[in-house]
Write a protein that binds this ligand. Structure first.
Ligand code: ADP
Ligand code: ZN
Length: 754
């Protein structure tokens, strides 16, 4: 599908007319304003929508983009236009058109669309696409010059200027130093010519370091079902039109192998492919796979890449020299000139949801980008989200299923350990049965893993004398003990304090007790139980970044580790061929709380962890320690019948129009004091929208009623699926006056209910 058709009276969408007659151009700035600002185009500057320009803002310069005078958004999404026009004589002029590739119409439309859907200022979405030089507002300095022809008519000629123009007449780009020495003039002459508009700046990039991935480098030999799935994906890519395919298959079934074939097909037809991974920093093994298949590494995009790589990748995406990008969610906003495919791997991951700034779900917006620009999107998971399954069932997504693991490897056997029957010893957390299992595994010189999704030593510190609980002063949260560092720390804000010597409430000495386990405490227990085992702890506290993570993973592969103890980091798509036993320390963790998706999320996470076991020839085993073995999540993990579990989930959500059977938006209202928060929330409550298929739940204190010192209240707007929530929210937000210290945040399709 192409970009939505412009209204009949519209002009060439790339020409900013009729504004061009008045030489008035809208410029969108990467800042939280309601829309674009008008600027005046200088007489000698030819500007088109998409051009990246530098404009005056207050007393500084700011980079922005010439925007479209007419939005192509569907009426449901069109934002109420800020209705203020600056008189011609008060317009300020565009200072400079930067020598950067313009943002194409498809990307501009996408920016507008995401902004409108998420109710964010369009400039904030634009900021995500302009990430290449967001450090400071000035563009990186141009390092070369090209002659501007024809030369400005007003140019004052001097002999020095003449010799520079004679030199530059061949059209070559040269640096200031080169010009000065070749023409025998000073650098000032070059600068003077540039200021007069006779030379224009050109960014001199070093030779692009991007070697081209070769689709024929090392194709795999696929098995029956794999080949069918790969053929279907290749077909979608070749159709060059919008479609969404769910590629579903148990861990180890070859999903990665297969979507690399879709990328190969995309490269063969000269188009660009983007792969979104939930946590790119943890993807060393993925890079190796890609390199083996295509001969070179792909371009990488995430928040921690350096400024130079960022620029090169951005420019390469824009000029087509970068053909494959693998990145975190922000890569979705790169200016691809010829996109042919987006893959969203681990589509169910909540990490695709950005929870701050522009609150958006990269998986869903990837589908939008595919739809607006007309190319296929493939979402991949062993445990697809209910949203995606519902789309597949409704026929909106094609569904490809790989039923078995590759190469005859069997899925791990699952055992439920009822902790009420086989409790651990006092003060311990591993059941004797699990301990025996681990000992046997290590005895066979195989690897074992313990999983607990909780950092630190203990989640709660309690005074045995007075019952006082150590809580964060800024958040509704317990402080987590980190015994290695001898501190208590809040996992929601930066608050950290030393472990107090006495109870702060009753002043009793030696009365503070650690309650419950974190991963440090499990490690302590494991060291006592298996003193000879080589233990490796994998959590964000012990692995300080991608390099350390890659090293840890390599150590495991080299069999220099016997027992791995980890948080959710270990759940990622690692391939550990010698790992045969996975013990889930607390399978019930994550099922408490009021989260709509608690069950779904627990099953996805635990299934993913379990999938690390037995990926090679030795069969794998998974042991789940649970105090509620009868819970449907435990039963589904035991039977492996994920489909049936999701069907039950669907049945629970359907009657109440919970997503995906209805739409949901959250309003998070916050203020400095509880009174102000209540007051603001009450104003929203009084003006709440109503009508058939529209319901507002709340206001109620958010589960994290205090977060980083702000008091928070929530309202949920729930509607039927065929009702667009954006116009309702616009009207509602327009009705409520907020005082300056009150804030409201809108979260469309919320996944976190904190
Ligand atoms: P998934 O992404 O579904 O977890 P992978 O694509 O990672 O599965 O495949 C699991 C393992 O099996 C990987 O080591 C992969 O290289 C290997 N594999 C899968 N399919 C094939 C194949 N057709 N030929 C060779 N190796 C394969
Ligand atoms: Zn805190």
């Amino acid at each position: 599908m192409a970009v939505a058709p412009p209204p009949p009276h519209a002009h060439d969408p790339d020409m900013p007319s009729p504004a061009a007659q008045a030489r008035r151009v809208p410029v969108l700035l990467p800042m939280p304003f309601a829309g674009a600002f008008d600027y005046k185009a200088p007489a000698d500057m030819r500007l088109r929508a998409g051009d990246i320009v530098s404009v005056p803002l207050g007393n500084r310069r700011q980079t922005g983009v010439v925007w479209d005078s007419q939005s192509a958004l569907p009426p449901d999404l069109a934002q109420p236009a800020p209705n203020k026009t600056v008189a011609d004589n008060r317009l300020r002029a565009v200072a400079e058109r930067l020598d950067l590739p313009p943002l194409n119409a498809e990307l501009r439309h996408f920016v507008d669309w995401v902004a409108a859907y998420t109710l964010s200022p369009p400039g904030m979405v634009l900021a995500m696409t302009l990430r290449l030089h967001m450090k400071g507002s000035a563009p990186a300095p141009a390092t070369g010059w090209m002659v501007q022809s024809p030369a400005p008519t007003t140019l004052r000629m001097t002999p020095a200027r003449q010799s520079v123009l004679a030199l530059m007449a061949d059209g070559t780009t040269r640096t200031t130093t080169d010009i000065a020495s070749a023409a025998g003039v000073s650098a000032g002459v070059v600068k003077g010519l540039a200021d007069a508009g006779a030379l224009r700046p050109v960014l001199l990039e070093p030779a692009r370091p991007f070697a081209q991935p070769d689709p024929l480098h090392h194709p795999p030999t696929l098995e029956g079902a794999q080949e069918d799935a790969a053929a279907a994906l290749r077909q979608s890519v070749r159709e060059k039109k919008f479609s969404v395919t769910l590629l579903e298959g148990v861990t180890g079934s070859g999903k990665t192998e297969i979507y690399l074939e879709a990328i190969a097909a995309c490269l063969e037809q000269g188009q660009q492919a983007l792969v979104l991974l939930p946590e790119i920093a943890l993807s060393a093994q993925w890079m190796e796979r890609f390199t083996r298949r295509f001969g070179v590494r792909p371009a990488v995009w995430h928040s921690e890449i350096g400024q130079k790589a960022r620029r090169q990748t951005w420019l390469g995406a824009a000029d087509g020299s970068v053909t494959v990008v693998v990145g975190a969610r922000s890569a979705l906003f790169l200016p691809f000139c010829n996109p042919g495919l987006i893959i969203v791997d681990e589509e169910h991951e909540s990490l695709f949801k950005q929870e701050e700034g522009v609150i958006y779900n990269a998986r869903d917006m990837a589908v939008v980008r595919g739809r607006l620009a007309g190319f296929p999107v493939v979402v991949v998971s062993a445990t697809p989200s209910l949203e995606t399954l519902a789309n597949a069932q409704a026929g909106r997504y094609q569904r490809l299923v790989l039923p078995t693991r590759h190469g005859g490897a069997s899925l791990p056997q699952t055992h439920l350990l009822d902790m009420r029957d086989a409790p651990p010893e006092r003060g311990m957390f591993l059941s004797p049965k699990l301990v025996k299992d681990i000992a046997a595994t290590l005895g066979r010189e195989e690897q074992a893993m313990l999983f607990l999704n909780r950092r630190g030593y203990a989640p709660l510190t309690l005074c045995r004398t007075c019952g006082h609980r150590m809580e964060c002063p800024h958040c509704t949260a317990w402080l987590v003990e980190h015994r290695n560092r001898q501190v208590l720390s809040c996992h929601y804000c930066d608050h950290t304090e030393p472990m107090p010597p006495v109870c702060p409430s009753c002043k009793t000495e030696h009365s503070l007790t650690a309650i419950g386990p974190g991963i440090e405490r499990i490690t302590e227990e494991a060291r006592q139980l298996f003193p000879d085992a080589r233990i490796l702890v994998m959590s964000s506290d012990t692995l300080g970044g991608p390099a350390a993570t890659a090293e840890a993973v390599a150590k495991i592969a080299r069999r220099e580790v016997d027992l791995i103890i980890g948080t959710q980091i270990v759940a990622k798509g690692w391939h550990f061929p010698h790992l045969t036993l996975v013990g889930i320390v607390d399978a019930d963790l994550g099922l408490g709380g009021a989260d709509l998706r608690a069950g779904e999320r627990t099953i996805q996470l635990l299934h993913q962890v379990a999938g690390r076991a037995g990926r090679a020839s030795a069969p794998g085993r998974v042991v789940l320690q649970s105090y509620t073995p009868e819970h449907p999540v435990m039963q589904a993990l035991l039977s492996g019948d994920f489909d049936q579990f999701m069907e039950q989930e669907a049945e629970q959500r359907r009657p109440g129009f919970w997503p995906p059977y209805g739409r949901l938006a959250a309003l998070i209202i916050s203020a400095d004091t509880p009174q102000a928060a209540d007051e603001a929330a009450a104003r929203f409550g009084r003006t709440a929208p109503y009508g058939e298929g529209i319901q507002v739940l709340g206001p109620a204190p958010a589960p994290l009623a205090l977060l980083r010192g702000r008091h928070r209240r929530r309202l949920l707007l729930r509607t039927w699926r065929n009702i667009a929530v954006q116009p309702i929210l616009h009207r509602w937000l327009g009705l409520v006056q907020l005082d300056r210290h009150m804030r409201v945040e809108v979260d469309i399709d919320p996944v976190s209910f904190l």
